[in-house]
Design a protein around this ligand. Structure first.
Ligand SMILES: Nc1ncnc2c1ncn2[C@@H]1O[C@H](COP(=O)(O)OP(=O)(O)OP(=O)(O)O)[C@@H](O)[C@H]1O
Ligand SMILES: [Mg+2]
Length: 460
């Protein structure tokens, strides 16, 4: 670790000598200056962490030097040395931004404690700043990317938000960032009050039609057998804010008609209700389906499609904006490094980034994020190298392809990936006589990953 630098500015040679000895013994790098000449610039060009600054310098008052240093934005912490036992000078110095003061003649133990405390405080401040940054990185749900398509997309969002349009259709492959874009629109629309305004998302594919309907529109007591009380729907709850209808392409035609009515009339009626309630909600709808095609196939109502697609945003798949890959990878790395307390992992080697940029990412940003999370959990290194990357990424084929090429076909009714993994691990162990190194090789994963898997499935 780099030694902390302390500069002693005092013309008294005895003080210089005693302090230098005591502080060098503590492990600090110590420099001395008698404080004559252009002392302000001399201090600044030394970049000390802490300056011990005498008040009674031969040519100038130390408090004046302190004032000039602070005015010029010097970030060193300054401790005043004063022979004045009345608190007057000390109070003045503290008001001007001194970190602390010591009165002569001083007790060396006290000097050491004051300095140690200042370094502890600086460390704490750094930590708070770092946490603040990473917290906002995790929770701000930032829309990252400096590719032309993302810059262009952001510019369109600005216009859409300014016009306060009532609905936007967001399209793009799975995992490419539709929800991130939806949240970005919400923030742009509501600016400073975005946190206070509701943002509610509903996944249209996850609920059966009848439940989705009462989820969206609410119901009145007695509307159906289970409706024991009135219940507000998402449209009412999101009133004044934004509602995100995820996977709108999965909504059944009858419900699509009801949604269209809400969009046209800007009011909702609860299931079993008699009154229309005016609402002011921005409806953001996402889909990874080709809706135009779904209209042709008779699966999606054309009138709703036309209504929704007045304003639409398309997010290109990651492979069509490769310049975003390094930025996203580094962002995920630093976020997960903090989350999993793996701060020693600082980045990727150039070769690793090149390989990642060349890969097609069929699962888009989500797949990239998942890979980086896995690397951070499993590796203990300063830099992610090509050797840490999975083979499917290196050979330019996807995991799915490898699986297909090996002759495995997904059964009609699906399969438990966990069971499959566990089973393959057991087979690999059996075939290698429980030699973990060889078993890991058979499964083409690193030894660390293999041990992690064994633990995960309780096989150790
Ligand atoms: N531009 C981006 N900047 C930062 N993170 C992103 C970006 N795009 C996607 N992500 C991250 O990738 C993951 C997937 O993004 P998101 O959920 O928005 O995708 P989606 O298009 O809604 O996927 P799906 O179609 O499966 O619902 C999330 O963890 C998200 O934080
Ligand atoms: Mg989504």
């Amino acid at each position: 670790m780099k030694k902390k630098k302390i500069l002693i500015v005092d013309d008294d040679e005895l003080i210089q000598m005693v302090l230098t000895k005591a502080l060098t013994d503590e492990g600090y790098e110590v420099k001395c200056d008698p404080g004559s000449g252009d002392i302000v610039n001399k201090i600044k060009s030394t970049f000390p962490d802490i300056v011990l600054l005498d008040v009674n310098l031969p040519e100038i008052n130390g408090v004046h030097v302190l004032n000039e240093l602070k005015n010029s934005g010097c970030s060193s912490q300054i401790v005043m040395l004063t022979a004045d036992v009345s608190a007057e000078t000390a109070v003045k110095a503290m008001k001007l931004g001194a970190a602390d003061y010591l009165t002569k003649p001083f007790n060396l133990e006290e000097v050491k404690i004051v300095i140690q405390k200042l370094f502890d405080k600086a460390l704490l401040e750094q930590e708070v700043e770092r946490l603040r940054k990473t917290n906002s990185a995790i929770f701000s749900k930032e829309l990252l990317g400096d590719s032309e398509s993302i810059i262009d997309l952001k510019a369109r969002v600005e216009k859409i938000a300014e016009a306060r349009v009532s609905s936007v259709l967001i399209t793009g492959e799975s995992g490419c960032g539709k929800e991130i874009v939806a949240r970005y629109i919400h923030r742009k629309m509501f600016g400073n009050s975005a946190e206070r305004e509701p943002f509610i998302s509903v996944n249209c594919a996850a609920l059966p039609e009848s439940i989705l309907e009462s989820e969206l529109f609410g119901y009145e007591k007695g509307a159906f057998t289970d409706a024991k009380t009135d219940r507000k729907g998402v449209f009412e709850l999101a009133n004044g804010g934004t509602i995100l209808l995820d996977e709108i392409g999965e909504m059944k035609p009858e419900l699509q008609g009801k949604l269209l009515r809400v969009l046209e009339e800007r009011s909702v009626r609860r299931v079993g209700g008699k009154e229309d309630m005016p609402i002011e909600v921005t409806v953001l709808a996402t889909t990874n389906k080709n809706l135009a095609q779904a209209v042709k196939n008779g699966e999606f109502r054309s009138d709703l499609f036309f209504r929704l697609s007045i304003f639409y945003l398309h997010i290109p798949p990651l492979k069509e904006r490769r310049s975003d890959i390094p930025l996203l990878a580094e962002h995920f790395l630093s976020t997960f490094a903090v989350k999993y307390n793996k701060k020693m992992i600082r980045g990727f080697s150039n070769e690793a980034i090149s390989l990642m940029t060349a890969y097609d990412w069929p699962g888009n940003v989500r797949e990239l994020r998942n890979l980086v999370e896995r690397l951070v959990v499993l590796e203990n290194c300063e830099q992610i190298l090509v050797s840490h990357l999975p083979n499917w990424l290196k050979s330019g084929e996807t995991a799915a392809q490898t699986c297909r090429d090996s002759g495995f076909t997904l059964p009609e009714d699906g399969v438990s990936l966990d069971d499959l993994e566990k089973n393959l691990i057991i087979q690999a162990l059996e075939r290698t006589n429980n030699n973990k190194t060889l078993a890991a090789k058979l499964l083409k994963i690193s030894y660390d990953s293999f041990r992690y898997q064994i633990k995960k499935f309780g096989l150790d």
